[in-house]
Design a protein around this ligand. Structure first.
Ligand code: ADP
Length: 396
């Protein structure tokens, strides 16, 4: 069974065609600048040269049509006929309280995703464009929706209710939802498999540290708390997002800097985080390169690492202990120095990182010492594979 995994943004479409018999990637690619001048498709088949097609793509339907043509293209393609795509798995950002697991997409599900637009005004409309494009271009091919928020729907109310007037939760659904759920679910399962343990028996803290970053406390396979909230702005310090701050700062800077709602949203989401502190870049590689001799670049790393450490402590307390800490995503998978800094000082909890074992990047590995009570793991995330697996499972 070949599953096409699709992840649509407002002006982008990422895809992977996965052969589920051996979980191999047959082709993958990205369309950028949909609806903007200069749209381009970058397509890759393992073992072949990358193909770049520049073509006007006014909407997602045109983009998907080009993707399908390229997938079946005699020269650059990976399959002979569109019929070789058995199903499509869609990444959907927000499922609100309606979805606690992946689902087969039908009209009712589409309506429910539309109902969640208010909660994710930038993301859900783009995801729906992808679903509608598939409906039109691949009629009859079953589709599955996999939600970023679904995994965290197991959180207890005491984790997700904000200390605001309760009516705001009832009226607008203001509560913690959490994101990166597909990644947290994938790496926690993989970690248990890797250790030869049952997920049900483990208390795991997963650290998804990329440009966007979040932690999850996973007790017996269930997310019981996570650092992102009503939106992805809460929690850790990120590339350009501030994470937790005193909420009173928002109105204070609005007044001082004469910012309207869009202006302050932009400042908190796009100009803050390690970019804001360092003034160098939102990219951790740039900041690490600049850190020697640049006080603010070093400070950005220190603030970032300290916040992750604080959340690890908090989640261990919340679960009454921790057996496994997992690092994943761009920074978590690649930066040995960040992992070391984050774990430094956690020896009192039984966390001991082995500097030699930790000197790896981008592969499944245990990076703690043999006598470390808590196992520290690196597990590269693979959200596309998780989406494809859910798709296969639901269509069995
Ligand atoms: P997203 O999917 O949220 O855009 P990624 O998971 O791709 O993010 O992570 C991107 C981040 O990971 C960037 O800030 C990048 O600098 C960082 N990163 C990638 N490789 C390394 C590395 N070798 N060392 C340090 N940081 C890295």
């Amino acid at each position: 069974m070949n599953v096409l995994v699709i992840n649509c943004g407002s002006s982008s479409l990422k895809y992977q065609l996965i052969n589920m018999s051996d979980e191999s990637v047959l082709a993958k690619g990205l369309v950028e600048r949909i609806g903007i001048e200069g749209s381009v498709l970058k397509h890759e088949v393992p073992g072949m040269e990358k193909v770049i097609i520049e073509k006007d793509m006014p909407d997602h339907k045109v983009a998907l049509s080009l993707v399908i043509d390229t997938l079946v293209d005699e020269k650059h393609g990976a399959i002979k006929d569109m019929k070789e795509i058995s199903a499509v798995g869609h990444r959907i950002v927000h499922g609100g309280e309606k979805f606690s697991a992946s689902v087969v997409i039908d009209d009712e599900v589409i309506k429910a995703i539309e109902d969640c637009i208010e909660l994710a005004p930038l993301h859900n409309p783009a995801n729906l464009m992808g679903i509608n494009a598939c409906k039109e271009l691949m009629p009859g091919t079953p589709m599955v929706g996999v939600f970023d928020t679904a995994f965290h729907q197991t959180m207890p109310k005491s984790s997700y209710i904000y200390p605001l007037p309760y009516e705001l939760y009832e009226k607008y659904g203001i509560r913690k939802y959490g994101f990166h759920g597909t990644s947290h679910r994938y790496v926690s399962q993989k970690a248990a498999d890797f250790l030869g343990k049952k997920l049900e028996d483990l208390k795991i803290i997963t650290c998804h540290l990329g440009n966007g970053a979040s932690l999850a406390a996973i007790d017996g396979g269930k997310s019981i708390d996570t650092s992102m909230g009503f939106t992805p702005l809460e929690g850790l310090v990120m590339g350009t997002r501030c994470g937790d701050i005193d909420p009173a700062i928002v109105t204070f800077i609005m007044e001082k800097e004469n910012l309207d709602i869009a202006g302050v949203n932009n400042l908190l989401n796009k100009k803050s985080g390690v970019l804001g502190i360092s003034g160098v870049s939102s990219d951790f590689r740039d900041i690490e390169n600049a850190a020697e001799g640049n006080e603010r670049a070093q400070l950005a790393l220190d603030v970032f690492n300290k916040r992750v450490k604080k959340y690890i402590g908090a989640y261990a307390a919340e679960m009454g202990g921790v057996d496994v800490i997992v690092f994943t995503a761009g920074l978590g998978e690649n930066s040995a120095s960040n992992r070391e800094e984050i774990c430094k000082g956690l020896e009192f909890m039984g966390v001991k990182v082995d500097p030699e074992k930790n000197n790896i990047r981008g592969k499944d590995a245990i990076v703690s010492t043999d006598d470390s009570k808590v196992k520290v793991l690196v597990i590269p995330t693979n959200e596309e594979l998780m989406i494809a697996k859910d798709t296969q499972e639901l269509l069995k």
